[in-house]
Design a protein around this ligand. Sequence first.
Ligand SMILES: *Cc1c(COP(=O)(O)O)cnc(C)c1O
Length: 381
Amino acid sequence: MQFNSKVIHAGQHPEETSGAVMPPIFQTSTYVQEAPDVNKGYDYARVGNPTRTALEKLIAGLENATECAAFGSGCAAMDAMIKMFRPGDHIISSNDLYGGTYRLFTQVFEPFGIQFSFVDMTSHQNVENAITKSTKMIWIETPTNPLLNIVDIRAVVHLAKERNILTAVDNTFASPYLQQPLDLGVDAVIHSTTKYLGGHSDVIGGAIASSNKAIIENARFQVKTTGGVPGPMDCYLTLRGIKTLAVRMQRTCENARKIAEYIRNHPKTGDVRYPGIEDHPGHETAKAQMKDFGGMVSFSLKSDSISKAHEFMKNTRIFTLAESLGGVESLISHPASMTHGSIPAEVRHKAGLKDSLIRISSGIEDIDDLLEDLEHAFSKI
Ligand SMILES: *Cc1c(COP(=O)(O)O)cnc(C)c1O
């Protein structure tokens, strides 16, 4: 089945007792058993729920995984994944990571003795140099946030496979519409389904998809044992969101490309970061591993200051000032004072994150309205 059909049909069946086409929200904590050792596949809802199962089968189908385990948030999914490892194990990850991932690795798992190296993964030489005898996993995020750097997934997988190291990709920014890491040899895909998969900024969720038995067993064990489960209503909302993933992503990418072009040609713009622009350093890799270039655009202003960026954002009317991304509505944010506000200015600057850097999550509105809104904001600075 092709991807645009899979988002609607993968692993989905009408509900057996009623014939309901859409999976019901099974709002229950427990299930009747015919005998102490006989049940219909479910015993207690921390372990499993039919609405959750429908969501898991759908995500597994989209990522070409044998299985998927759904979690209550992207952070809960990442937490479960890292609990596969033991004190002394070493994980290599990018230095341009989602802030919540960095916090989880350094403030929860480092104190328990798991070691992390954070390297610039745009060069796979840096990844190779960081490998030690204890390296158990390489954690990739691509495109990165907010600079939209691209990591060559195939090159990192090649390094890892030669040495029996697992690889994981946080596929939140791309979504399976744009990129299917398991097909490139990656062992596990992690999602914050809160973003593009859910797609409507109305639910928090996460997932691990994999065809690796040990990874799936660990994910299920962690769900059951540490309890980071999604509720049935949240599973339903995510499932409903995913059905329109393909059409939303198509429009989102189309809008982002036009926004990037418009901003790039504006005299008040500094740099534009969008993997679809030919002079973006990751453009060729993005072309090779992604179907399109995504819905995120970052740019700085010619007069690079925090106050100019604030002034710009005060003057958009459609672009809503908010963290997060991947919803149908266009959002605008200022990493230096929001998501990356706790990073000292010189560290931020060294990573290429300018004071005026503005990040846009393109929604699916009419492009003429979006461009007019940006024009208005530019006219005020
Ligand atoms: C949002 C996000 C997460 C965390 O997911 P939550 O659902 O907010 O817990 C992880 N990785 C990336 C890339 C994200 O954007």
